[in-house]
Design a protein around this ligand. Sequence first.
Ligand code: AHG
Ligand code: MN
Ligand code: MN
Length: 336
Amino acid sequence: MRQRLDEFLAAQQDRGAISADLAMVLTQLACACARISKIVAMGGIADGLGSAGQQNVQQEEQKKLDLITNEVLLQTFADSPIVAGVASEEMETIEPSSAPAKAKADAYLLLFDPLDGSSNIDVNVSVGTIFSVLPSPAAGRVLLEADFLQPGVNQVAAGYAVYGPQSMLVLTVRTGVVGFTLNPDDGVWLQTHEAILIPHETREFAINMSNMRHWASPVRRYIEGCIAGKNGHRDKDFNMRWVASMVADVHRVLMRGGVFLYPWDARDPTRPGKLRLMYEANPMALLVEQAGGKATNGRHRILEIAPGALHERVAVVLGSTEEVDEISAHHERHVD
Ligand code: AHG
Ligand code: MN
Ligand code: MN
């Protein structure tokens, strides 16, 4: 008999790994993701495809489903006494919960990318929801945006839902990484993956190759080595994958190993990378490290980066340790 998510969370609570409040937050998140899974599955039937005709704070075109899924998560936590406030890729600033401040002692902060990979939604390719849970330092006082600017090592939980051939919830509460599959018949998340671990060795890299001419030389040298395979200095040939939904690409890395890169590129030299630190890189970095992999910005551990802004971007290199280390070595050998 497969364990349900609520049974898993109760067991984590019994062993003292999580609080009852955190178990409740994750239960509510899982329920919201089950709702989003149904909405995404309806696609064009419910007129959910296409552009919303507006941009978000990142100056990126918003899809209708970006807004619809953001609203599902906002409604879930709008008056929560245990989530003091939320932050989203789709909102310029934080949204404090309406519960009275005094009721929020030992509360949490929730950050999310409500629909990751939304450029794929209109072509029916896997998308997902990414979430990060931080402790709230604002007990008894008004919540500030600055309260969210905590390094990724502070996360008490992180995970994603990927809406693909199956909808899966992949989660860590810092006791390893587990996976649940949604039963569409009854909306229950059933555990299908225990102790997900990333192989240290891989032959598969994931990067958007069309940006090659814009990369810094350490990344270009690393990828050239992968492409050269046995004909070059690597002792093996490589395969390449690029879904362009971070959730789908990182899920593949967690399921079978690999290395995922979204590095700095010269298209916008002022930007460290495309992906956002607080609600894409940090949650994925915690999952990957909990699964025995590594996550850096090419040089430094992502989880130790001190955030300066809510929507700050970061270069991302994550996955099988051998390849992440090889990429770090390329950066150390090359001082631009
Ligand atoms: P989002 O849809 O939330 O804006 O995220 C898209 C991100 C990430 O999911 C993916 O890895 C990356 O954009 C793909 O970027 P390219 O389209 O430049 O390859
Ligand atoms: Mn995203
Ligand atoms: Mn998004």
